[in-house]
Ligand binder design. Structure first.
Ligand SMILES: [Zn+2]
Length: 338
């Protein structure tokens, strides 16, 4: 018997008392179902709880952190311009381009205008004019990323570069919008979709790439999943979110499917796994444990020497190939009349 049934027979006064003393139950943002707690989340010193919806498998934080604290984190501390990060971002731009290219809408004779939300260092933004034949504006909350983009292009860059989507609110200008690995950093998708829908022209599309909550490896490994990142990722979308949820924002689902992440994502996953095993297993005593430990040490050595290089990539790719649903989610939404 659930909480609702238990309280259905009580009068209003008693019911109010109960709800004021019990912490509110978690309900899925997308399908309103209940869920189970997965693991701890953190934002600096603050702690939260990640829940998984039992019905649509998406994952969300139970009680969101203060929006201002989260914004401050992404504005000031998230990006670090490490050589490896820059290299990875450059490689990923091509992977993103190939994944969204089939879903891009063309505006006919009109000059097409696109928007990238959360552009990071701007490598994808660089590709859009030449590869997709569109002008592109950029939203990027991080000051250091905006500086990086400006430094690289000086005053030669065309298109707007703004800090927040709110600055473009309601302009209904864009034929295409892109958000690559952005939504997992949000705590609730709704406000983002409302803003995104409001900047699209009728028939315009937003393409989203994000870790897949319904991925087999995430379901198997939980907090140890390479993309769990409990101190940065607060929401994961799944392929089972009902289309009616998106319809509330005037958006029709064109595509919602699992895709294989770019190879370059995997070295970090391997690195994270090795680190965790070394940290938590200590010195295994069994024969199998000793062998495993030996293999891990052998694997970790060239790995460390190559600065997150590709030494373990074949192993990780082979493992990933057998896992379905895959680790990344492609979601394409089209603005339609409500
Ligand atoms: Zn759900």
């Amino acid at each position: 018997m659930g909480w609702r049934e238990k309280t259905a027979g009580l009068d209003a006064e008693v019911r109010d008392k109960m709800s004021s003393t019990e912490s509110p139950a978690w309900l899925c943002e997308f399908c309103n179902s209940s869920g189970v707690r997965l693991y701890d989340l953190s934002l600096g010193q603050r702690r939260g709880d990640m829940y998984r919806c039992e019905k649509c498998l998406s994952c969300q934080i139970k009680t969101p952190f203060a929006a201002a604290d989260l914004e401050e984190f992404y504005r000031t501390s998230y990006f670090s311009e490490q050589p490896w990060e820059l290299h990875k971002a450059r490689v990923l731009a091509f992977d993103y381009l190939e994944k969204v290219r089939p879903h891009v809408v063309r505006a006919g004779a009109r000059n097409s205008l696109a928007l990238e939300i959360g552009a990071g260092y701007g490598f994808f933004a660089d590709l859009v004019p030449s590869k997709l034949g569109m002008r592109l504006d950029v939203v990027e909350p991080s000051q250091s990323c905006r500086d990086f983009i400006l430094r690289r292009h000086g005053s030669g860059r065309e298109g707007k570069l703004v800090e927040s989507l709110a600055e473009l609110r309601g302009c209904e200008t864009y034929d295409n919008a892109f958000a690559f690995h952005v939504t997992e950093h949000l705590q609730r998708l709704g406000p983002f979709l409302a803003d995104a829908s409001a900047v699209l022209r009728m028939g315009g599309r937003i393409s989203i790439l994000t870790p897949n909550a319904s991925s087999k490896s995430f379901i198997n490994s939980g907090e140890r999943w390479g993309w769990a990142c409990p101190n940065q990722h607060y929401e994961f979308l799944s392929t089972k979110i009902p289309p009616e949820y998106f319809a509330k924002f005037g958006l029709r689902v064109v595509e919602c499917k699992d895709v294989a992440p770019a190879s370059i994502h995997y070295p970090s996953m391997v690195h994270a796994k090795l680190h965790r095993i070394r940290l938590h297993r200590g010195e295994p005593s069994s024969q199998v444990g000793k062998l495993a430990s030996k293999m891990m040490t052998a694997a970790a050595t060239p790995f460390a020497q190559n600065r997150e290089g590709f030494s373990l990539l074949p192993i990780e790719r082979t493992l990933a190939a057998g896992r379905s649903p895959k680790d990344e989610l492609l979601l394409v939404l089209e603005k339609v009349a409500r």
